[in-house]
Write a protein that binds this ligand. Sequence first.
Ligand SMILES: [Zn+2]
Length: 479
Amino acid sequence: MKKIGFTVFMFLACILFVFPQIGQAASATSIYLDGKALDLPKNGEIQNINGNVMIPIRVVVEELGFDVNWDKKTRTVTIEQSGTVIKLTVDSSTATVNGKAVKLAAAPKLVSDTTIVPLRFIGEQTGLKVSWDNTKKSAYLITPNSGSGNGTGSGENAGSGSEAGEPEQVPDPSVDLANVGGISFANNRLMIAVDKNVTPKVFTMTGPDRIVIDLPNTKFADTFSNGQMLDETKNGYLEVTEYPDVSKVRYALFSDNPSTVRVVLDMNNAKYYEVVNENDGIIIVNLDAVAPSEPAKPGGNGKKLVVIDAGHGGKDPGAISVTGNREKDFNLAVALKVEELLKQETDIDFVLTRSSDTYPTLQDRVKIANDLDADLFISIHANSGSASASGVETYYTRSESKALANIMHKYLVQSSGLSDRGVRTASLHVTRETDMPAVLLECGYLSNKSDNALLYTEAFQDSVAAGVVEGIKEYLGMN
Ligand SMILES: [Zn+2]
């Protein structure tokens, strides 16, 4: 199966805006994938419904080699793509991606026997480059590694609705748009010149690595194209050759309602960055910033962000103790006590991967931490083994987590009063796939009678929770 990143589908989205009337099929539309015309099903034209371009989903994703299943009873389309499961239901404006609800701009529709879905959603969920030719009524989709086509689009800045002069899409004049006057990259910094205060939304995407900067309520200044490339579809790019982390800077009018300029840094590798926005006319994304997760860094004025992960939950009870206690309940109880203690810490922000008896997948837990650029990830578990095994262990996977593991373990031993079974390495999903120092604490053995009896006492849980917070503070240089 071709591996398509999250970006491909995004570009398709913009295409949709240029179509004509609501609910009216555009005539003789075509979709080209890597230069090859796809056979559109009968009545499977691209359509514009309430301003959203809708494309027949099956023909595109099947051609990409994704698994597509249609459940007639629930009217649900399930698309599977290298570990990502996307579910779309006809007439429901909520889709799910790996079980998480995602709002759609428009509900998928069943037209004859063909399900059509918003192009924007497709664009957001894949890595295709997309462009739209309004004259030829054709969408061009390019897979990132196809080697075909070049410059027909620029990844997730999938087309804009502005180029075709769609009257319904004229921005609300009451919104005072800021002008983006120029975009440059120097000294390992992206610099974006704006003529009004703008609050950028910055996030990362992977496969390939990108840093995405959305600038709400902005447009390109009329003079922008004098200084740098901007084609008629309001797309352009800068090649970056002197800096090893970045290969290209792309930019586009990503949306015209609300008008949003998107700038994308195509990265050669994931990299920590800092956004500097002092409302002085220049927004900076600094790739030379020192990651706050490096404990050597003095102070820092920003708060640290800690992710607390109560292991298992919901359908997954974890280990079952000798007396029938469920590991998930212990893990959650400690996590909630850690939460209460962290609320007292003014310099630490925190996020729990779960705060009730639910089951986020391991991928969800990692994604929460990575998306938030958290500084630390602490997973709380209890162990199970032979009846005689007793004590605590701390696990990590990547070497950058070792210092955290050593400190957390010291406090775990102290606060639990149980025997020290050592700091260990193991290739565990949550400690391996996270981007920040991450540890998994095994706070005793549920298979051991005396450990088990202790673990479900309030006093033990209070003490371990306090130890976790002390460890976090020591690692972050706060105590
Ligand atoms: Zn566990």
